[in-house]
Design a protein around this ligand. Structure first.
Ligand code: 4UU
Length: 544
């Protein structure tokens, strides 16, 4: 049986994302009356709403007039969080460009993969990252001299030098067709299997999802009551702005008329200190931060009394931790569930917290069905693979019709690869994951990538990587099983393989769960790794 959203349907305007954002914020928030109010605070600097709009326009004009950047061209951001991040993103969108956001901690190999897939003509990065960006462009076979590299932190390539006051054609999307086919973002996700793929999201996807989020907030009576007296709410942006969850929260903060206080490098003490210093009322996090707030003695050293709402997403949050956080911190603790392929929000819970452990209720205009292993729909309340349909579902994977077809049906139903059910009160519970993915603190680790790197090692003939849950950090960590070439010396090999991976990947993909040698990796008759067998092996060990 199909589950539908408990919220009323929406009117989605046919606008590009920045035009929608600026006009919505002016019509519905304090910025309409006072555009000089701070929109973004970044360390000692700040940007008012009117500065944000004028700098975005100046960057768009520069891209168009000085760099010859046109509709459909790609700009890559390789940046930590900063106040120039939204300027770079919205400026690109304003001239019809497409933004691909990369993790600034990636090594040259990881960056090259994303650059090769997306082929950007402009890269925005930090001065200190220029050498690695050049190296990555080289590996990707993209001409370094043909790529414009700009920086947000000054120097010869300062993006402000591109700013222009000349006019440029605003890409107003006039038809539904144009709004739903014009690309806005290409973010990376491994989907249900294999390597990361470019997820293509349209302006219509992003505008729809923004309105879906805002609608749920509007219906949240407790949240409204707790924040009604505030001129401007104060959000801490600790999520990386290159990840779809961070992209959404940046947009929502601006659209809600809230001040966005930016954190670039995460450390827990610094996080608490920013909450205290800026009297933060709202934070969006992944479960490990929630755990630290509840358990860490560091949190006790700070005045966190300004907090009103904490939302957890991007990875499973247990009912126990959600309940404990609410009781200990005395604040609203809600959950969101989403994915890159859904722009990202699918469900969100309200502050009344009627069902702890639930990922929330379906967004407006979003419907869900649950399928059993044979692809048959199960009854309401029964567990199955969550499949969703709605205006926020991606256009598809970049240059990968096969992967798109496997995940997205011709009727627009997206197979999430997550397992769960919806209860009688419309609350979604995620109970398991069918797809091959490890989520370390909300970050995606595609098992296929680590397996490929492991089998590159001369001693390894086969490898399988699975998630194991580390309760002490409230996160999954990746563990590898390997089969060795005949006659391989085994002592010290586990350590050597961990180091082999560490030398080849960004920090969060390290094999924190270790390596275990097996005689053979369990496979199905068709040669697929039987991950379930390995997961069960681990679970049974934990029990014994
Ligand atoms: C159990 O992680 C994200 C997006 C997260 C997000 C976005 C808006 C969370 C809350 C919000 O408000 O995207 P990806 O593409 O990196 O990873 C998607 C996968 C899901 O398929 C699921 O397996 O991350 C997992 N996931 C969750 N799992 C995301 N949210 C949850 C959740 N519970 N609440």
């Amino acid at each position: 049986m199909k589950s539908t959203s408990p919220f009323p349907p929406l009117e989605i305007p046919q606008l590009d994302l920045p035009t929608f954002m600026f006009s919505y914020a002016k019509q519905h928030t304090v910025y309409g009356r006072n555009p000089e109010l701070a929109a973004i605070v970044d360390k000692a600097q700040s940007l008012s709403f009117s500065d944000l709009e004028s700098q975005t326009e100046a960057f768009a004009a520069g891209l168009y007039n000085r760099l010859g950047f046109r509709k459909g061209d790609v700009l890559a951001t390789i940046l930590p969080n900063s106040m120039m991040y939204p300027v770079a993103v919205m400026g690109t969108h304003m001239v019809g460009g497409v933004v691909t956001t990369a993790n600034p901690a990636y090594n040259a190999r990881e960056l090259a993969y994303q650059l090769k897939e997306t082929n950007p003509t402009v890269v925005v990065t930090l001065q200190s990252s220029i050498p690695i960006v050049k190296k990555a462009l080289g590996i990707a076979g993209i001409s370094v001299s043909g790529t414009c590299i700009l920086t947000t932190d000054g120097g010869r390539n300062n993006m402000r030098r591109v700013f222009s006051s000349q006019g440029f054609p605003r890409v107003y999307l006039r038809t539904k067709e144009e709004a739903s086919t014009t690309h806005a973002f290409i973010v990376f996700s491994s989907g249900t299997s294999g390597k990361p793929k470019g997820v293509v999201l349209s302006h219509q996807n992003m505008v729809s999802n923004a309105l879906q989020f805002l609608c749920i907030e509007k219906f949240d009576v407790e949240l409204r009551n707790a924040t009604n007296h505030m001129l401007q709410r104060r959000w801490l942006q600790v999520l990386p702005m290159f990840h779809i969850y961070g992209i959404m929260i940046s947009n929502m903060c601006i659209l809600s008329g809230a001040v966005m206080v930016i954190m670039d490098k995460f450390d827990f003490g610094g996080f608490c200190s920013l909450i205290e210093e800026h009297r933060i009322d709202t934070v969006y996090v992944a479960p490990p931060i929630l755990l630290a707030l509840v358990k860490s003695p560091v949190a006790k050293r700070y005045d966190l009394s300004s907090l009103v709402l904490l939302t957890s997403g991007a990875a499973p949050l247990s009912k126990e931790l959600q309940t404990e956080a609410r009781q200990k911190l005395g604040i609203f603790v809600t959950q969101g569930y989403g994915m890159s392929e859904t722009s990202p929000l699918v469900t969100r819970s309200l502050c009344n917290n009627s069902a702890p452990g639930s990922a929330g209720k379906l967004c407006p205009d979003t419907e869900a069905v649950f399928l059993d292993d044979d692809g048959k729909q199960v009854g309401k309340g029964q567990v199955g693979e969550l499949c969703v349909r709605g205006p926020q579902i991606m256009i598809g994977y970049l240059n990968n019709k096969k992967a798109t077809k496997e995940m997205l049906s011709s009727t627009g139903l997206l197979h999430t690869g997550d397992i769960g059910y919806i209860d009688a009160d419309d609350n979604l519970f995620i109970t398991d994951r069918k797809k091959e993915l490890v989520k370390y603190k909300g970050f995606q680790i595609p098992p296929a990538e680590l397996e490929g790197l492991l089998t590159d090692h001369p001693a390894v003939v086969d490898a399988a990587v699975i998630p194991v849950y580390d309760e002490s950090q409230a996160t999954e960590i990746p563990k590898a099983f390997v089969a060795l070439a005949a006659g391989t010396r085994r002592d010290g090999l586990e350590k050597e393989l961990c180091a082999w991976i560490e030398a080849r990947v960004v920090d969060y993909k390290k094999l924190r769960g270790g390596v275990e040698v097996m005689d053979a990796i369990p496979k199905s008759a068709t040669g697929k790794i039987l991950r379930r067998v390995l997961k069960d092996l681990e679970t049974n060990r934990l029990k014994n």
